[in-house]
Design a protein around this ligand. Structure first.
Ligand code: FEO
Length: 171
């Protein structure tokens, strides 16, 4: 049985993963409207992944006899200043997610809930990958600057990257 404190922390994480999914969906839609089809494909995929992260938590809470709380949706921004600002926001958001996951892991240790601690290790590795990817993308965008040809290649590269990505929920 899950302790109330752990259940609360996991449900907070459910909410954060759900809001990540909404946030990236909004980014995907905006980049699509800007003609950046590869970038939008990447962000639609990312949004789905976040939904997968949320589902994994919901199922785990149920499995442990807890009560998952499905959160209300927070409206994300509708527009963004630039593609660079999209990925800056994405990285900033992921850093917050990592902080939150680390807090859950800390709590698991102090509450001696080693099962949840073990479960959360998947999220710890996932965050490492996601942060690294967001940084690589931002570095590329900084290199491109205002070069339209560079942006065209960047957009095409993101499309190719998605095709090579495993389905997170099947990992
Ligand atoms: Fe599920 Fe990107 O945090």
């Amino acid at each position: 049985m899950l302790k109330a404190k752990i259940e609360k922390a996991l449900n907070k994480q459910v909410e954060l993963e759900a809001s990540s999914s909404q946030f990236y969906l909004s980014m995907a839609s905006w980049t699509e409207s800007q003609g950046l089809t590869g970038t939008s494909t990447f962000l639609y995929h990312h949004s789905e992944e976040e939904r997968g992260h949320m589902l994994k938590l919901v199922k785990f809470i149920n499995e442990r006899g807890g009560k998952p709380v499905i959160p209300a949706l927070v409206k994300p921004p509708e527009t963004f200043n630039s593609i660079k600002s999209v990925f800056e926001s994405l990285l900033e958001h992921e850093l917050n997610v990592t902080d939150s996951i680390n807090n859950v892991v800390d709590l698991c240790l102090s509450e001696k809930d080693y099962t949840t601690h073990n479960f959360m290790q998947w999220y710890v590795s996932e965050q490492l990958e996601e942060e690294a990817l967001a940084r690589t993308i931002l570095d590329k965008l900084k290199m491109i600057g205002n070069d339209k040809g560079g942006l065209y290649m960047f957009d095409r590269d993101l499309e190719l990257m998605v095709q090579q990505m495993p389905n997170e929920t099947q990992k």
